[in-house]
Design a protein around this ligand. Structure first.
Ligand SMILES: [Fe+2]
Length: 450
C-alpha cells in the first residue's frame, strides 16, 4: 500500500513506527551524528516487508567507502532487491542507484538520483546521496546546483531544511563563491545550531579567503556542536590543524594531529586520509614525521592485496608510506593500484577511471619527489594540476599537489615555476606565513616581492 512520508514522497510502508524510525535515521545520515543502524534496524523490524530501510543500510555502508563494509552492504542490497516488488517506483530507483554505486558506476547513480529529484525535490535521501557522490566525483557544478534546484521547494519548518542549506553552502564554496558560501552556511546554522556540515562549509570559505585566524576562532566557537559524537569531528580537527599550518605553527598542528588524528584515533579511512595529508605537508616543511606515519600505517593496516574504495585513499596511503621512508612499499602499492585500474573488468568503475587518468600519474609524481628527482616531480605534478579537482575530496588534494610542487621547485631551483604558483596564491588571498615560507625558500628575487 502506498502512503506518503512527512515530505509527501511516495512510500510503501504504512507503519508509522517504521517511517518515524527511518526519518530519524535519515537525520543521522545527513547530520552525521552517530550512526543510523539502530533506527534502520527498528524500521525494518516494524515493517519487515519495507525495502527502504534495507537500501538505506546498504547505501550508507557503501557511502562510508570502507573496504571492510562492502560485503555487508552488498548483502543488505540483496535484501532490498528481494523486497523491491512491494516498493514504490521512487524506492525502486533508490535500490537501482545503490546497485550502480556497488558496481562503481557513480555517474549513473547520480543520474538516477537526479531524475528522482525532478519529480520529488524533497527526497532528502536522493539529495544526500547524490551530493556525497558528486563530492567523490569532484563535480563542483553539481555540488552547487543540485541543492539549488530543490531548495525553493523546501519549507523553513522542515527540520531537514537547514541540512539542505548546508549542502548548498558547501557547493557554493566548491565553485569558489566563498562569500555566498559563508552567508549560506551562517544562515543554515541560524536555523539549526547542531549542523557540523554548515560549520565545515564556513570553515572552507574562511580558509579559501585567507582568513585563517578567523577560521581558528570559528571552529573553536562551534566546537561543542561538532567535537563529540559527530563523524565530521576528525575532519574539522584536521581543518583546525591546517589553520595552524598556514600560520606556520607546526608544533600546534602536530599537537592537534596527535590528540585527534593520530594512529590510534577512531574515525576510519577518511580520518586517516586527513592525517596522511597533514603528515605529508609537515614532511614537506622538513618535520620528521616518520614515526607518526608508521603509527598511522599500523592503524590503517590494509590487507596487502586490498586497494581502497577510492583512488584518493590509495594516494594518501602512498603518501603515508613515503612519509615513513618506505619508498619500495609505496612503489608496490602504486603498481597494485595500476593493475586494478587497468583490468578490463574494472573499465566502467568511476574510481578506476579517475585512477588511470589522474590518481596514478599523481602518485608517480609523488614517488619521483620521494626518490629525490625533484625535476621529474615538477614535470609530472605541474602537468596534472588542472586535473586534480576531478579526484573529489574538495580543495585538499589540489593544495597537497601545490605544496609538493613548491617544495620540488625549491629543491630543483625552478624559481619561475615557484613564482607562478605563489602568484596564484597572491591573487586569491592575503599571503599566509606558510606561503611566505615558500617565497623565502624560492630565493631572494621572490622575497623582494613578498
Ligand atoms: Fe573540508
Amino acid at each position: 500500500m502506498t502512503s506518503l512520508d512527512r515530505r509527501g514522497n511516495p512510500c510503501s510502508s504504512s507503519s508509522e513506527t517504521a517511517r518515524a524510525a527511518a526519518e530519524q535515521a535519515l537525520w543521522r545520515m545527513m547530520s552525521q551524528y552517530g550512526t543510523p543502524q539502530a533506527e534502520l534496524d527498528a524500521a525494518a523490524a516494524a515493517d519487515p516487508r519495507w525495502a527502504l530501510p534495507q537500501v538505506m543500510q546498504a547505501g550508507h555502508r557503501l557511502g562510508l567507502a570502507e573496504p571492510g563494509l562492502v560485503d555487508q552492504a552488498l548483502a543488505q542490497l540483496q535484501q532490498a532487491q528481494a523486497l523491491a516488488a512491494g516498493a514504490t517506483a521512487r524506492e525502486r530507483t533508490h535500490i537501482e542507484a545503490v546497485q550502480r554505486i556497488a558496481e562503481g558506476r557513480w555517474h549513473d547513480a547520480c543520474r538516477l538520483w537526479e531524475r528522482l529529484l525532478l519529480d520529488h525535490p524533497r527526497d532528502a535521501l536522493a539529495l544526500h546521496w547524490a551530493h556525497l557522490w558528486d563530492y567523490r566525483l569532484g563535480d563542483a557544478w553539481s555540488l552547487r546546483q543540485r541543492p539549488a534546484r530543490v531548495l525553493p521547494e523546501w519549507d523553513d519548518s522542515d527540520p531537514l531544511q537547514p541540512q539542505v542549506l548546508a549542502l548548498h553552502a558547501f557547493g557554493l564554496g566548491q565553485c569558489n563563491l566563498h562569500a555566498q558560501a559563508e552567508d549560506e552556511g551562517r544562515r543554515a546554522l541560524a536555523a539549526d545550531a547542531r549542523l557540523p556540515a554548515a560549520v565545515h562549509a564556513v570553515a572552507h570559505a574562511l580558509a579559501l579567503q585567507g582568513r585563517f585566524d578567523e577560521g581558528t576562532g570559528w571552529l573553536r566557537q562551534h566546537q561543542p556542536q561538532w567535537a563529540e559524537g559527530n563523524a565530521l569531528a576528525g575532519h574539522l580537527w584536521w581543518h583546525q590543524a591546517l589553520f595552524r599550518l598556514e600560520a606556520l605553527d607546526t608544533p600546534g598542528a602536530l599537537r592537534l594531529l596527535d590528540l585527534h588524528l593520530g594512529g590510534d584515533a577512531p574515525g576510519g579511512t577518511p580520518q586517516r586520509v586527513d592525517a596522511a595529508a597533514l603528515l605529508w605537508q609537515l614532511h614537506l616543511l622538513g618535520e620528521d614525521v616518520g614515526a607518526r606515519c608508521r603509527a598511522l600505517l599500523r592503524a590503517w593496516a590494509p590487507p596487502a592485496e586490498a586497494v581502497g574504495c577510492h583512488v584518493v585513499h590509495d594516494l594518501h596511503l602512498v603518501l603515508a608510506l613515503l612519509g615513513a621512508g618506505e619508498v619500495a612499499a609505496a612503489e608496490r602499492r602504486v603498481a597494485r593500484c595500476a593493475e586494478r585500474a587497468l583490468a578490463p573488468a574494472h573499465a566502467r568503475r568511476s574510481s578506476h577511471a579517475l585512477a588511470r587518468e589522474v590518481g596514478l600519474p599523481l602518485m608517480r609524481g609523488m614517488l619521483a619527489f620521494a626518490r629525490g628527482d625533484a625535476q621529474a616531480a615538477c614535470e609530472a605534478l605541474y602537468t596534472l594540476r588542472a586535473q586534480v579537482p576531478r579526484l573529489g575530496a574538495g580543495p585538499a588534494p589540489c593544495d597537497l599537489v601545490d605544496q609538493t610542487l613548491l617544495a620540488a621547485a625549491t629543491r630543483s631551483g625552478q624559481r619561475a615555476l615557484g613564482r607562478a604558483l605563489v602568484n596564484e596564491r597572491r591573487l586569491a588571498a592575503p599571503l599566509s606565513p606558510l606561503a611566505r615560507h615558500w617565497i623565502e625558500r624560492l630565493g631572494s628575487g621572490e622575497q623582494a616581492r613578498a
